[in-house]
Design a protein around this ligand. Structure first.
Ligand SMILES: NC(=O)c1ccc[n+]([C@@H]2O[C@H](COP(=O)([O-])OP(=O)(O)OC[C@H]3O[C@@H](n4cnc5c(N)ncnc54)[C@H](OP(=O)(O)O)[C@@H]3O)[C@@H](O)[C@H]2O)c1
Length: 351
């Protein structure tokens, strides 16, 4: 394995997608990234700005997508970040790792779950079951220094990141007998760049609807984390997902019961995230526009009148904190860089 160098070489696979575009935006301005290559199967040879128009404004002039093979990406780069549709990371992992990059970060769901039975029950047969469990959970704001030195990291998805941050805020006092419920609203970019009936502008712009109420597949990510955090064999957590008339962002409301002896939930949440640079506990309900385009998460914790009910609100940008920004934060933590490097910018509000 090559040691990370001061000026990093980073390759992004699936660079024409929405997460790929955000990775290019963030990594092009990252102070420790010296060279950045964008692999695209569908747009090789075209300028980045042909797909991601705002990247025309990057310093340094026009750059182009390349038909970079996964093997070549792995041997050229110290860090390879996969921004491929679900099921593709497991197919390219061997080729990428044959080049011995120092670090592989996956933004897809392929390696988020360590439990093969759970993973295959939710996502179907896995091409690399041997690698399940070998990827560190890239919930950067919770894992922090535990990511140092890791060579494989799987970033939780956007819904899972919002839900897990809310759950972590009160994880220490959750009542084991009651199942937390997460009610979440997402913007249309969460479904990726390919148009679909449910992301088509007329169907989405002034509309609001629920989906996957029988059990959203990303519930599995919550269950596995709760298992690790609470030591329960089969914890349960409901994720109720809704499509909102937004392009970016997730607004999530967690409702849970706490054990009788637990102290004040807001103080507990502040302790859970003490010193973490991107999680902010607000005194009031958060607004999505305050975090859009950023790597920040805004949370608010409220206790019910009986002292047992707790509500945690969480807002994040699905493409940044929920994917590309968190991947960069994980890269920083894994390589011993400043955790906030390349991520210290405010958002756009109103937007
Ligand atoms: N969108 C979000 O908010 C979000 C949040 C968290 C996690 N994620 C996860 O991150 C990954 C990327 O998401 P995304 O929203 O960027 O998806 P996307 O917009 O659909 O982009 C995926 C990219 O993968 C490449 N690709 C390679 N083989 C493909 C194939 N057979 N069919 C379609 N695309 C193929 C394409 O890029 P090239 O042609 O350039 O190779 C495509 O642009 C997914 O696994 C997703 O679940 C997404």
């Amino acid at each position: 394995m090559r040691a990370p160098e001061p000026g990093l070489r980073v390759a992004v696979l699936g660079a024409s997608g929405y997460v790929g575009g955000e990775l290019l935006r963030l990594l092009a301005a990252h102070p420790r990234v010296a060279e950045l290559r964008a692999m695209s199967a569908s747009r090789a040879g075209e300028p980045w700005s042909a797909v991601h128009p705002s990247l025309a404004n990057l310093a340094g002039g026009e750059r182009r997508f390349e038909a970079l093979e996964p093997r070549e990406a792995g041997s050229w780069a110290e860090v390879v970040i996969l921004a491929l549709p679900h099921g593709h990371s497991q197919k390219v992992l061997e080729a990428v790792e044959s080049g011995e990059p120092g670090l592989v970060i996956d933004t897809a769901a392929d390696f988020r779950l360590g439990d093969r039975a759970l993973a295959e029950s939710v996502y179907g047969p896995h091409a690399r079951p041997d690698a399940l469990g070998s990827f560190a959970c890239g919930l950067a704001d919770v894992e922090g220094a535990a990511l140092a030195g890791r060579r494989r990291i799987a970033v939780p998805g956007c819904f899972a990141t919002a839900a897990l941050l809310a759950l972590w805020a009160v994880a220490g006092s959750l009542d084991r007998g009651s199942d937390p419920v997460c009610f979440a609203l997402t913007g249309s970019s969460g479904a990726g760049a390919a148009p679909r009936p449910t992301t088509h502008h007329p169907a989405r712009a002034n509309n609001l609807f629920a989906y996957a109420l029988g059990g959203h597949r990303h519930q599995a990510e919550l269950v596995e984390r709760l298992r690790a955090w609470r030591g329960e064999a089969a914890p349960s957590c409901r994720l109720l997902t809704h499509s909102a008339p937004l392009v970016r962002g997730i607004h999530l409301t967690l409702r849970a019961r706490r054990s009788g002896a637990a102290g004040a939930p807001a103080g507990q949440a502040r302790e859970a995230f003490a010193g973490r640079p991107f999680v902010h506990l607000l005194e009031r309900p958060p607004e999505l526009s305050a975090v859009v385009g950023t790597n920040h998460a805004h949370l608010h914790v409220a206790a019910g009148d009986d002292g047992r009910e707790v509500v945690v609100l969480a807002v994040i940008d699905n493409l940044v904190k929920g994917a590309a920004g968190q991947a960069v934060q994980c890269m920083n933590l894994a390589l011993g860089l400043e955790e906030t490097a390349g991520l210290e910018f405010a958002g756009l509000a109103p937007c």
